[in-house]
Write a protein that binds this ligand. Structure first.
Ligand code: 2M8
Ligand code: MG
Length: 258
């Protein structure tokens, strides 16, 4: 068994970034040595200290919505062609700012990011240390957003939606592709494929939730629907609670009997 989890709005509370309500399950998973793979929009710089606090030190993780996969303490992998380095990504976005009104994390200060997210300025600095994806605030019309999507597509880029922001990254990357890559890697190492339970609350989690064996859709705040394409509804559970409370509710649903 392997648990794959989103952070913001899932294991972590959308507003406070705390996980108290999930602490019992975290301890239980640890006790049974069930790996917990973080699969988040957050950066490597954000996830490393969080992983320590959560007691998950040597687990592999997926950062920046799948643009980065980290296997262990000293090994970062990028899925071939999935990552676009941050510098060239920002250069493309600066060119597009002539036609569309939006701002990226590279335009903001740590303090501004802190005001928008509720992270501390120090945590915001870590959120701004991006390797292969940019976080943006859209300031133009809905109609222009569709044109923006097409313009990104022409540049080999794609748009996805997290709890608060839009995220731009290379086309073909995303949480689903990154997880498939990681599971393949682990299967080669371990000789068998683990059963997977995935938990997430946002539209950016859909490709991950579609690809796991059992999916927990956590009640969230995104104004965009989290609509899975899979048809095996018995393997999908929608929680009544938000954040870490919903996270525990989902694991109760799939694992309580075992
Ligand atoms: C951003 O990610 C969240 C994920 O759902 C969002 O789009 O709302 C990222 O910038 C991440 O790095 C940051 O930690 C988070 C803070 O809320 O916002
Ligand atoms: Mg989320």
């Amino acid at each position: 068994l392997l648990i794959v989890t989103d952070l913001d709005g899932s294991l972590l509370d959308h507003h406070t970034y705390q996980w108290d309500a999930a602490a019992d399950w975290l301890a239980r998973l640890q006790q049974h040595q069930v790996p917990l793979v973080i699969c988040s929009s957050k950066t490597v710089a954000e996830i490393l200290p969080l992983q320590k606090k959560l007691g998950l030190t040597r687990s592999p993780f997926i950062a920046e919505n799948g643009a980065v996969v980290r296997l262990n303490d000293d090994h970062i992998e990028r899925i071939p062609d999935a990552g676009r380095d941050y510098y060239s990504l920002c250069a493309t976005l600066i060119a597009l700012q002539r036609s569309f009104r939006f701002n990226g994390f590279s335009d903001f200060t740590d303090r501004e990011v802190s005001e928008m997210t509720g992270l501390t300025p120090a945590e915001s600095a870590l959120a701004r240390q991006r390797d292969a994806s940019e976080v943006i605030v859209w300031r133009d019309s809905e109609e222009k957003l569709e044109q923006f999507r097409a313009a990104l597509d022409a540049e080999g880029l794609a748009l996805t939606q997290g709890g608060r922001f839009w995220h731009v990254m290379a086309k073909g990357s995303g949480k689903g592709a990154a997880l498939a890559w990681l599971l393949n890697y682990m299967q080669k190492l371990e000789g068998q494929r683990r059963q997977t339970i995935g938990l997430g609350d946002g539209p950016n989690d859909v490709p991950m939730l579609d690809s796991v064996d059992f999916a927990v859709v956590i009640k969230g705040y995104s104004k965009f629907p989290v609509t899975l394409t899979r048809q095996d509804h018995d393997n999908v559970y929608h929680t009544a609670h938000y954040g870490p409370q919903g996270w525990s509710e989902g694991l109760d649903y799939f694992l309580a009997q075992s």
